[in-house]
Write a protein that binds this ligand. Structure first.
Ligand code: AMP
Length: 431
């Protein structure tokens, strides 16, 4: 069953009210499909990315089923997430949804002291949101018990496995009762994820809201050939463009993220680096500064950026070209949220041509090549350096179009809640 109205989902009054007050007018495709299946008690295997409304997709039924059952001190719902940022985002969303219920929600994650987390667990928790390492620590020390878990959700399972958490995840899953309801959400479904799904899900229903196209339609994708040593000065120049209102710059390593952020800061561009070596507090401060517009450039590594969910990022810059096509798609998806348009720039040095070639083959439409003045000079073709010095009529016309039609990245439409992206959808009943 798929429903197009929250009122038809049979939600408890407290949840229906929270959904209304959050301003959610209708269920997103993943919610429309997943919520009825999960309320029915089915296990679920879902292909869905961040931005589709998946958190409420598993959160609403989990909260509803738990609020109907008797509470104790031990957690009854468990959500595993790969990063602290994602864990915090999930907690925020679940708390908003649960605010007219008695359900207690807490998060445990690494990078901060354990004291507060232990106190929260002692006080009693209904839904625990956790990163695997810290949860195992707390279990080992006797602070967290999972033998009352009746609902288990794995979020961004592909990333959990990419980050090497498979054994931790298995240990955690094995510590929960076999009678639990389980759900697994993943942006992609590689074999390792399918194997894990086979181990932990029982006759799962499937929901697939994978993007219809590999890249979001209203992102303008452009690439610039640049020597490795000229990347920093090129980036500084690019970010000074008036159309750049808020940008995320991606680097391959933490060290480079630090270096790039420092250099930007030195040239008067308010930037912060965000990556796994920073303390949780420093990362949260940086993110908050970005959300509040105190800093307008965030320099991030792929993993740190996984949980970043900020509206109105006008530009994404691939300071380093990612060597996985999926990372490219994920990175550029940080812009053009809330139905806005956005621009993705890639700085391609000669050694990155092969990775860029793979990206060009994968994305659904040609990536434009731009010159150092950011004017389009044609389609980016790997292995054929541009020869546009001086330009020609056609190229000038293109660049004029680019200017007049440039992405509307202003600060209009600053709504707090954005409409998740439209997806191609498919759902099948349990096997
Ligand atoms: P997620 O994919 O769970 O990260 O959700 C993306 C964003 O969509 C979050 O900021 C949610 O608050 C928001 N959201 C979730 N469900 C809805 C809905 N039905 N209508 C509008 N916004 C939603």
């Amino acid at each position: 069953m798929t429903v197009s109205d929250f009122a038809d989902l049979g939600l408890a009054q407290s949840l229906a009210r929270a959904v209304r007050e959050l301003g959610y007018e209708e269920p997103t495709p993943v919610q429309a499909q997943a919520i009825p299946l999960l309320l029915n008690g089915s296990d679920l295997l879902a292909t869905a990315q961040t931005g589709t409304g998946k958190t409420a997709g598993f959160g609403i039924p989990m909260l509803q089923r738990l609020s109907a059952a008797k509470a104790g001190k031990e957690p009854r719902g468990l959500v595993l997430a790969p990063t602290r940022e994602l864990a915090l985002q999930i907690v925020e969303e679940l708390r908003s949804l649960a605010r007219f219920t008695e359900i207690r929600i807490a998060a445990v994650y690494g990078g901060v002291g354990k004291g507060q987390q232990i106190r929260a667990l002692r006080a009693g928790v209904d839904v625990l949101v956790a990163t695997p390492g810290r949860l195992l620590d707390l279990m080992g020390e006797g602070h967290a018990r999972l033998d009352r878990i009746s609902a288990l959700a794995l979020d961004e399972a592909d990333r959990l496995l990419d980050m090497g958490f498979i054994h931790d995840v298995r240990r955690i899953v094995n510590a929960t009762p076999g009678s639990r309801q389980s759900m697994l959400f993943s942006a992609t479904m590689p074999k390792a994820v399918m194997n894990l799904a086979g181990e932990m899900l029982r006759k799962p229903a499937r929901v697939d809201v994978s993007p219809e196209e590999p890249t979001v339609a209203n992102i303008r994708q452009q690439a610039l050939r640049v020597a490795r040593e000229a990347k920093q000065s090129t980036l500084t120049q690019m970010l000074r463009e008036p159309s750049v209102s808020r940008a995320i710059v991606f680097t391959r390593t933490k060290h480079r993220a630090n270096r790039v952020a420092k250099a930007l800061d030195k040239s008067g561009i308010a930037a912060e680096a965000i990556h796994g070596n920073k303390t949780q507090n420093a990362r949260q401060r940086a993110l908050q500064g970005f959300k509040d517009n105190r800093i307008w450039v965030l320099v991030a590594t792929d993993i740190a950026a996984r949980g970043i969910d900020v509206d109105e990022v006008s530009h994404v810059v691939n300071f380093d070209v990612p060597n996985e096509v999926e990372s490219y798609v994920h990175r550029i998806g940080r812009t053009a949220r809330a139905g806005a348009s956005g621009v993705a720039w890639s700085l391609v040095d000669p050694e990155e041509q092969r990775d860029m070639a793979a990206i060009c083959r994968y994305v659904d439409r040609p990536i434009e090549e731009i010159d150092e003045d950011l004017n389009p000079v044609g389609t980016f073709t790997v292995g054929r350096p541009r020869d546009n010095r001086g330009g020609n009529g056609e190229r000038r016309a293109q660049s004029e179009n680019a200017k007049t039609g440039s992405a509307n990245t202003g600060s209009a439409n600053r709504s707090r809640r954005r409409k998740p992206r439209r997806r191609k959808t498919r759902a099948t009943a349990p096997a």
